[in-house]
Design a protein around this ligand. Structure first.
Ligand SMILES: [Zn+2]
Ligand SMILES: [Zn+2]
Length: 268
């Protein structure tokens, strides 16, 4: 099959020091045929401070142009971006995505809503001391997902289970109490020809995805990308064999890659 890693970072993201060349070589070693670099464009920082509403494409574009034809016939290198909390300013996001070279956009929510303070979900979830606080993080998160799914500034919804990565495991929280609302979000994405990603988070979250993937598939969802969210070469394509096994078991028939924001369906 034509294996792709559609979510990873380089030094153009503030939380990675990897070069695109290092990430690409790691992908080739893992049997990947196509990658899409998705560096961060966050509209909020962890403290809730507003960040640039104009994305500086200079470095990511230069890096990609230099390397896109480096591995002909071996590795296809595509350009994407991961927009964090684009719901804050949809018009600015749409303007920032008007780049002819851009193939793919992940719409993620890394921070709480402005009404909840806008702090990073990573920070807030780690600081939760009571189960109800954790549930409030999820409530706020699902509300933002409902907003995000309606907009234009994404092709796939990024790591839908994101808060579950960071909430204290002893709270035993999951998205079940919000299942009907989540189903509506997935139905809406599918109806618009958009999709979701299966984000293996450097190989740590494969099993956490089973229920969401099953729900999405049962609702007729077909547009699915696979990404490791690698911030370093050792995590490129992490846990992809297990992820593929799960994707097939749930009933998906394709993995998607993108050309100019349009999905191409690759048979599994
Ligand atoms: Zn992310
Ligand atoms: Zn990411």
């Amino acid at each position: 099959m034509y294996l792709s890693d559609y979510h990873f970072h380089t030094h153009c993201s503030s939380d990675s020091t990897a070069t695109l060349s290092q990430q690409a070589k790691a992908a080739i070693s893992a049997g990947v045929r196509e990658i899409c670099v998705t560096d961060h464009w966050n509209l909020l920082d962890q403290q809730g401070k507003r960040l640039d509403t104009v994305y500086d494409w200079k470095r990511p574009l230069e890096q990609w142009r230099r390397l896109r034809h480096r591995w002909p016939g071996q590795l296809e290198v595509r350009l994407g971006v991961e927009v964090g909390n684009g719901v804050l300013n949809p018009a600015a996001v749409d303007a920032g995505l008007e780049l002819p070279e851009l193939d793919f956009v992940i719409g993620s929510l890394h921070s709480q809503s402005a009404a909840a303070g806008g702090r990073g979900i990573f920070t807030v979830a780690h600081a939760c001391t009571r189960r109800e606080e954790g549930a409030a993080v999820l409530e706020d998160y699902v509300g933002m997902l409902e907003e995000l799914v309606q907009g234009a500034g994404y092709d796939v919804l990024g790591h839908i289970i994101y808060p579950l990565r960071y909430l204290p495991p002893e709270f035993e929280l999951d998205l079940r109490p919000w299942w009907d609302r989540l189903a509506e979000v997935l139905r809406s994405a599918a109806a618009q020809g958009k999709g979701i990603e299966f984000n293996t988070t450097a190989g740590t979250t494969v099993e956490q995805w089973r229920d969401v993937l099953t729900l999405y598939r049962d609702l007729g969802g077909e547009v699915l990308t696979l990404g490791s969210d690698a911030h370093r070469p050792a995590h490129m394509a992490a846990a992809f064999p297990q992820a593929l096994e799960l994707i097939r078991a749930v009933g998906f028939r394709y993995l998607c890659v993108y050309r100019r924001r349009t999905p191409l369906f690759c048979k599994l």
